[in-house]
Design a protein around this ligand. Structure first.
Ligand SMILES: [Zn+2]
Ligand SMILES: [Zn+2]
Length: 337
């Protein structure tokens, strides 16, 4: 039966008929390797910064010591989020300990490239993590799918990954891995997980581009709904996705990327700006959003601490109370009821 809340067919996966590779909704192409090379050689157009440089604090992102007492004994009636840095969260809800896109490595690159070094330490030392029940991966990029960390996490947790990534994860640690395409729902470790579209791409080598899927996740545990967006550009489909999320119960907490957006002539199809993130927050009707994908690694041209400034500017311009979309310090824990 078709109901108002059934998952829209327009938000399903499409693959290239000839190559079998996954595609973005609307056929939006990620930057070509030649474009990335041109950017690397600084041959592209010069862009205005999104925020006047004098308004952006210098240095690394704020870091606080983790509150290990709270992490060890999270409140039973709240969702607890600790920002480890970048897209890595420890989510504690309904008795489960869940990690998103875990990376504890010093570099987010196949070999230690100085430019891709970690600028802030992981918010929780790896050895202080509680038992991990579930790991969500959004896609195969090195800053989200970190092999040394997956190896350390080992076979104990369940792994939930986008379509096509099971083999890779199981080669790393032979864990218990489940995969889904956009719109498909898994029941794992007492949680319900639905893979949702993102505007992005996947690649680990020069040859495997878009052979595995990229996604966000809707995590439903203990009557709570948490949306982890993964890596995504801004796209028209967020209107439809937002309508579906609202019709099926809304979003209690959204974890949304705000960084790695400059230059726009390269990044528009893969990373949204902090201003776009506010629009996504509004389109999906999130009760509370928390910012991610900034602060730990410098992947792009904007200064490390620019995204939170642009976020704050946009929230003010749109009349959204700043506490509705928070940026945390690395290591900070928040509870949401
Ligand atoms: Zn990515
Ligand atoms: Zn990323």
């Amino acid at each position: 039966m078709h109901t108002a809340s059934s998952y829209p067919s327009t938000l399903r996966v499409q693959r290239d008929l000839k190559t079998g590779r996954y595609q973005n909704i609307g056929g939006v192409k990620p930057p070509e390797p030649t474009q990335i090379l041109k950017w690397g050689l600084r041959l592209g157009p010069k862009e205005q910064p999104a925020v006047e440089r004098s308004r952006v604090p210098a240095g690394a992102a704020p870091v606080v010591a983790p509150d290990l007492a709270r992490i060890t004994a999270p409140l039973a009636d709240a969702m607890q989020f600790t920002w480890v840095g970048h897209a890595t969260w420890l989510i504690q809800v309904g008795g489960l300990n869940i990690l998103t896109d875990p990376i504890w490595s010093k570099y987010c690159s196949p070999v230690p490239w100085p430019m891709l070094r970690r600028r802030t330490p992981p918010g929780i030392p790896f050895g202080e993590l509680p038992r991990i029940d579930l790991v969500l991966l959004s896609h195969s990029h090195y800053d989200h799918c970190d092999v040394p960390t997956l190896r350390r996490l080992g076979v104990e947790p369940f792994y939930v990954v986008p379509a096509g990534l099971t083999q890779f994860v199981e080669r790393v640690n032979a864990g218990r891995t489940h995969e889904a395409e956009w719109g498909e729902t898994l029941a794992v470790a007492g949680a319900k997980l639905t893979a949702l579209p993102a505007l992005h791409f996947s690649a680990r080598t020069g040859k495997d581009r878009n052979q595995t899927l990229w996604c966000g996740w809707l995590l439903e545990v203990a009557g709570k709904r948490i949306y982890f967006a993964g890596d995504t550009g801004m796209a028209p489909f967020f209107g439809e996705l937002g309508a579906w999320l609202r019709a099926t119960g809304g979003v209690d907490v959204a974890l949304l990327p705000i960084g790695a957006y400059q230059p726009r002539w390269v990044m528009t199809p893969v990373h949204c700006t902090a201003a776009d993130a506010v629009e996504i927050h509004q389109l999906i009707g999130a009760r509370q959003s928390l910012a991610m994908h900034w602060g730990a690694f410098v992947l792009t041209e904007e200064p490390l601490r620019e995204p939170p400034v642009l976020l704050a500017d946009t929230l003010a311009a749109r009349g959204v109370p700043p506490e509705q979309f928070r940026t945390l310090a690395v290591g900070e824990t928040v509870a949401v009821r």
